[in-house]
Design a protein around this ligand. Structure first.
Ligand code: SF4
Length: 389
């Protein structure tokens, strides 16, 4: 996309999605609250919408909460901002009723990113993942990061990781969620140093700083103190049911988080979506078909590595593991000057991709509605098994 195209893309958005137009907001949870607080009461919200029938007929932020059916009846040509982590499912629900993404509805991060850019020339992004190691304590057959299949595993050097984080924050003014993950991030011998540096330099520019962990490695005392001081959360993949042998370690891990008041989420799921196999053979698919895969997927997993910003962190992981080669357009180069170019990164983040898709879309199940293949949670691979999933 040329500079002019990007400028037009943003101006077109501003024309269609002005701040003072009346909007419906889909969602009544933390994402909706965040949207309201970011715009500090300046959004003209007609009503909220929620799939949860317990919310119907109640008030949220002083506005009525409608059922989806009420919304479809009342909306006329009113537009909807989806403020929910279930953006993928909600957008399919809206599309089934004839609404079009970015014309009739858009994600709250899309709306926020664009308006921050227009109002304050600020780059405000939704989420980024920093993988600090490809070593893990488990060998999950269906790991969506493909970790057990890496040709070579190891901890990434702290200096390289911090230099990637510095490059990212040269471009990005604020990020809603910054995730530190692995493999298992608490295995990294320098995890405390990495975390301390990130918090000292950038904590004020990150809303939620989160570790993704399987709970089998208890962080050292100093790191736990940092987590308390800087309000770092833990997203715990709870695999105790699938791998009973880890239960004592995970129980102890949770006990320690609770004792110290460290916020954590441990959503237990009964099955995983299989990312590692596409639902059909896409080897001869053309760009339009792969672009449709990416568009339907709507995954939010951006990643940074090697001074590059990856649109899809699974794509980055597949390349880093030596499983599928990276292709041009899979990442945005952060090593150059950001001077006058922040809009380019915003457009890339909002899916204005050079090819419309990333190379791994050819091999990946993705989060689109076509992928219905569920697989067991944390099923372990036998020792020594390698190759591809
Ligand atoms: S389908 Fe494409 S964009 Fe979606 S998770 Fe897979 S590689 Fe990433």
């Amino acid at each position: 996309m040329s500079k002019t195209d990007i400028h037009n893309f943003i101006q077109e958005f501003a024309g269609r999605w002005p701040k003072d137009a009346p909007y419906y907001v889909w969602g009544t949870s933390a994402s909706a609250l965040k949207l309201c607080s970011l715009f500090d009461g300046r959004l003209n919200i007609t009503a909220f919408v929620d799939n949860d029938e317990k919310a119907w007929g109640t008030l949220f932020q002083g506005r009525p909460v409608l059922s989806p059916e009420e919304f479809f009846l009342k909306r006329g040509d009113g537009r909807c901002i989806v403020a929910s982590l279930a953006y993928g499912e909600i957008s399919w629900q809206l599309e089934r009723r004839g609404l079009a993404e970015h014309l009739d509805f858009c994600g709250s991060w899309y709306f926020t990113g664009m308006h921050r850019c227009l109002d304050a020339q600020e780059l405000y992004l939704f989420r980024v993942d920093l993988s600090i190691t490809s070593r893990c304590t488990l060998r999950c057959r269906h790991c969506n990061m493909l970790m057990p299949y890496y040709r070579q595993c190891g901890h990434y050097p702290a200096e390289d990781l911090l230099s990637d984080v510095d490059a990212y924050f040269r471009w990005v003014d604020h990020v809603d969620q910054f995730n530190i993950l692995g493999g298992e991030p608490f295995l990294h011998p320098d995890v405390q140093k990495i975390t301390k540096t990130i918090t000292e330099r950038y904590r004020s520019r990150i809303n939620d700083l989160v570790f993704f962990s399987n709970g089998t490695v208890l962080p050292e005392e100093g790191l736990l103190d940092l987590m308390v001081r800087y309000q770092i959360k833990v997203d715990l993949g709870d695999y105790r049911a699938g791998v009973p042998a880890i239960r004592p370690k995970v129980d102890r891990f949770i006990e320690e988080l609770e004792r110290r008041g460290i916020a954590y989420a441990a959503p237990a799921s009964s099955a995983w979506l299989d990312f590692n196999h596409p639902p059909e053979d896409r080897s001869s698919w053309k760009a339009e078909q792969l672009t449709a895969v990416r568009r339907n997927c709507r995954e939010p997993f951006r990643g940074i590595h090697g001074q590059k910003y990856y649109f899809c962190h699974l794509n980055a992981s597949a390349a880093l593991g030596g499983l599928y080669p990276e292709e041009p357009g899979d990442s945005f180069d952060l090593s150059g000057s950001e001077e006058g170019r922040k809009e380019e990164l915003l457009a890339y983040d909002l899916a204005c991709l050079p090819k419309g898709y990333v190379s791994y879309c050819r091999h990946c199940g993705g989060c689109g509605p076509a992928n219905q293949r569920m697989v067991p949670v944390a099923e372990q691979l036998p020792a020594g098994q390698q190759g591809r999933p």
